[in-house]
Design a protein around this ligand. Structure first.
Ligand code: DGJ
Length: 496
């Protein structure tokens, strides 16, 4: 309860080749045909991991009577296409409301009370303070986890599970239902205060208690409502995750609806959800959650990635816009932050020739190499967010100087690259619309350039060069130049 840092990455996750994923539309998994065609598109894009919802309302249409058909279909369709399956548990919380709760819960009245706003108005969201709601949600989640565990092939196919979806409460800073009011009158748990002390990591907007003990308002002032909700929703999610893990102990994470920057209050975005600022609260309250994953639709992709690698949180991007820039963002997340995976939302909307497909097809045979490079300082990633940008990255005794090749228009793909240092002054890079030049680190004077550079791809674990590039195509041996389409190159540097 007091650990503020992320628990060590479970070995199963650390060794996992990054997921080249896609999340299907919310209702896709309610029909075999719709899901099959969505997964076909993901497979055609070269993806290898499908993020697919499991709906509480379909799995437990009558209390205690389970129908696992939709879960079986999702697993079978993923396996038939060689896709890993990331189940998304759409339980009591989906986008901060409770639309996926079964009808018997929605109409359960006093047994499953709704959260209330300051004026006492009942909301579309169930209250997380009600034990009956938590227990029913957890029982259903555990039932589907136990069922999947027993299915042939499930063990290798399911790398981890997302518990609930974008939790929190909207339209009010906190729940004012009678049970929430009683909890709000209590003191802040000392374990939370200890965790926040340990979690002061230089974050731009730290969560600093005003006092070392006492009630929520006394300790957190204007942040009280959001911290209170974060603590209690995270405790709720932790209980659901605990039940699921008792049935099948897979790694588990949550996804986050982001806060909205200056000028917005908790409740304009889901209050109590795992925003970057609430990360230490979530860490302390939900030890069964291995990672908190941001859904990044915001143009500041780099900024939100950085915010979600605080406190040792491993990065996963379960949702991002399915557009022409998705491939660029995948390169950045996997290269710069060694992300566990990347998945645009509504992946079936992407045309089969989207740049994401070229990225996935080039990265997929590199999966084991990318996993082996995790934590070794051998990866770099670049992503253009403004018309002209330059970046430096140091890898393996070399400084890579990157610059953009042109403005990012509305439809133009941004400049981006992933670079992997392979040793022996040799690098593999996958990129688009970016230029690299090189310097030796640690000693002035030497001039650096390419010894050679080949365009090609990995196949069956081995690099296959398609053609040697030189002359105009490498600025006469001085740079790696990526054009408008995604390509992979391998090069060796030297200095004289
Ligand atoms: C974020 C949610 O997590 C998804 O399930 C979906 O509703 C998207 N928003 C829609 O843009």
């Amino acid at each position: 309860m007091t650990a503020s840092r992320a628990p060590a990455l479970p070995p199963a996750l650390a060794a996992l080749p990054p997921l080249l994923g896609g999340e299907v539309h919310n209702s896709a998994a309610a029909s075999r045909g719709t899901l099959a065609s969505a997964l076909d598109r993901l497979a055609a894009l070269g993806g290898d991991a499908a993020f697919v919802p499991l709906y509480w309302e379909l799995l437990e249409p009558e209390e205690g009577a389970f129908d696992f058909a939709s879960a079986d279909t999702a697993l079978d369709l993923c396996r038939e296409r060689g896709l890993r399956f990331v189940p998304l548990w759409f339980g009591a919380f989906k986008n901060a409301i409770s639309c996926y709760a079964p009808a018997w819960v929605k109409t359960g009245g006093g047994r499953f009370p709704r959260a209330r706003d300051r004026g006492g108005r009942a909301l579309w969201t169930l209250s997380c303070f009600e034990a009956a709601t938590r227990e029913s949600d957890a029982r259903a989640f555990a039932a589907v986890m136990a069922h999947l565990r027993g299915r042939p092939g499930a063990a290798g196919a399911i790398p981890f599970v997302q518990v609930e979806n974008e939790v929190g409460i909207l339209g009010t800073p906190r729940d004012f239902s009678p049970a929430a009011e009683a909890a709000f009158r209590g003191d802040v748990p000392p374990g939370l205060l200890r965790a926040l002390e340990e979690a002061d990591d230089g974050f731009a907007e730290p969560l600093r208690p005003l006092r070392g003990a006492g009630g929520w308002e006394a300790v957190f002032g204007e942040d009280a409502a959001e911290v209170f909700m974060a603590w209690h929703i995270a405790r709720y999610v932790d209980a659901v995750a605990a039940a699921g893990r008792a049935a099948w102990d897979l790694p588990m994470g949550v996804n986050a609806w982001l806060d909205r920057g200056p000028g917005y209050q908790a409740g304009d975005y889901p209050s109590g959800g795992p925003t970057a600022r609430m990360l230490p609260v979530w860490r302390a309250a939900a030890p069964r959650i291995d990672f908190v994953a941001p859904d990044i639709y915001d143009p500041d992709f780099r900024g939100y990635c950085a915010a979600y690698t605080r406190l040792g949180n491993p990065l996963l991007i379960p949702e991002s816009r399915a557009d022409a820039g998705a491939g660029a963002r995948a390169l950045y997340a996997l290269g710069r932050h060694e992300a566990l995976g990347f998945a645009p939302f509504g992946v079936e909307d992407l045309p089969a020739d989207a740049p994401l497909g070229a990225v996935y097809r080039l990265l997929r045979p590199m999966g084991a190499r990318l996993a082996a490079a995790r934590g070794a300082g051998r990866l770099a990633g670049f992503l253009q967010q403004a018309d002209e940008e330059t970046w430096d990255a140091e890898l393996d005794g070399w400084r890579l100087r990157a610059r953009t090749r042109g403005p990012t228009g509305e439809t133009a793909v941004p400049g981006a690259a992933l670079v992997l240092a392979e040793g022996d002054d040799t690098f593999t890079a996958v990129g688009q619309r970016i230029v690299f030049t090189f310097e030796r680190t640690g000693g002035p004077g030497a001039t650096a350039g390419l010894l050679w550079l080949d365009e090609g791809r990995f196949e069956d674990g081995a690099w296959r060069a398609a053609r040697r590039l030189n002359g105009d195509e490498t600025a006469h041996g001085t740079g790696a130049l990526f054009g408008d389409t995604v390509t992979a190159v391998r090069f060796r540097l030297h200095a004289y």
